[in-house]
Design a binder for this molecule. Structure first.
Ligand SMILES: Nc1ncnc2c1ncn2[C@@H]1O[C@H](COP(=O)(O)OP(=O)(O)O)[C@@H](O)[C@H]1O
Ligand SMILES: [Mg+2]
Length: 252
């Protein structure tokens, strides 16, 4: 089994979730299974309302679910304590959102080091690490400006620097190009590719933009809370088809 050569970073098995109660109960995820191996870059594509954010938030331990198993980096969410999950969120996972979520009354570097204010790290060390993250996204010179003075693409890079601050193993991105023009958006996606190639980072990128699929090695389509297609399992299916064809040939 080739999958055993890799480390499973995300394992979601038959997850169900719905909103509302009684008559108003609406299923949002209907038996979703998804496995992501270390170093993969996966695009999760689906129309608005298909359940993408819900799934991403569950994987990031930011939301609850009703049935099924969720395991991220060896932590079984149904058994883990909240402190363990919080540590995983802070240290192992980076989040990037459509709306950047930057604080305008702070400078860019202050936004980037904000996660450090929850740790015992010395301020000087935190700043150094923050500058390193800003350097990584090519925005070191703008470190002392407030995000309000930056373009959309630059803001998203600051948000990415903040996500990279703790050197996470997994980056979860929810519509990261949603507020950017298409060229700027493509640059951001290309940068994600670079992070993947150079740092071996595992990325899950949620988008409703079909055209961004060409940047990902593996594309997963979701519709109405059901995975419609997954490049990884299609590879599997192809081999099954091949052996089926072979069997037919042998029979004739
Ligand atoms: N907090 C909530 N309460 C009720 N319904 C919600 C809530 N969050 C999301 N939904 C519904 O769940 C469905 C999936 O939402 P979401 O995961 O945000 O989809 P996507 O990110 O693909 O646009 C949508 O129909 C949405 O209206
Ligand atoms: Mg969404």
């Amino acid at each position: 089994m080739p999958s055993q050569a890799f480390e499973t970073v995300v394992s979601v098995r038959d997850v169900h979730k719905s909103y509302g109660k009684g008559q108003a109960k609406t299923p949002v995820l209907r038996g979703v299974s998804l496995e992501i191996q270390k170093g993969e870059i996966v695009a999760l594509i689906g129309q608005s309302g298909s359940g993408k954010s819900t799934l991403l938030n569950i994987i990031g331990s930011l939301d609850t679910w009703e049935s099924g198993q969720v395991e991220v980096m060896g932590i079984d969410f149904s058994k883990a304590r909240e402190t363990e999950l919080a540590a995983m969120r802070n240290e192992q996972i980076g989040f990037v959102f459509q709306s950047f979520n930057l604080l305008d009354h702070l400078t860019c570097i202050e936004n980037v080091v904000l996660p450090a204010s929850f740790t015992s790290m010395r301020e000087k060390d935190a700043r150094e690490q923050g500058m390193e993250a800003l350097r990584r996204v090519g925005l070191e010179e703008l470190a002392h400006r407030p995000p309000g003075e930056l373009s959309g693409g630059q803001k998203q890079r600051v948000a990415i620097a903040r996500a990279l601050y703790n050197k996470p193993k997994l980056l979860l991105c929810d519509e990261p190009t949603g507020n950017l023009d298409s060229e700027t958006g493509e640059n951001v996606i290309e940068f994600f590719g670079e992070l993947n190639r150079e740092d071996g980072m595992t990325l899950l990128i949620v988008t409703h933009e079909e055209r961004l699929s060409r940047f990902a090695e593996r594309v997963v389509h979701i519709k109405d809370g059901v995975i419609q297609s997954d490049d990884a399992s299609e590879l599997h299916d192809v081999s099954k088809e091949d052996s089926g064809a072979l069997a037919e040939e042998n029979a004739s």
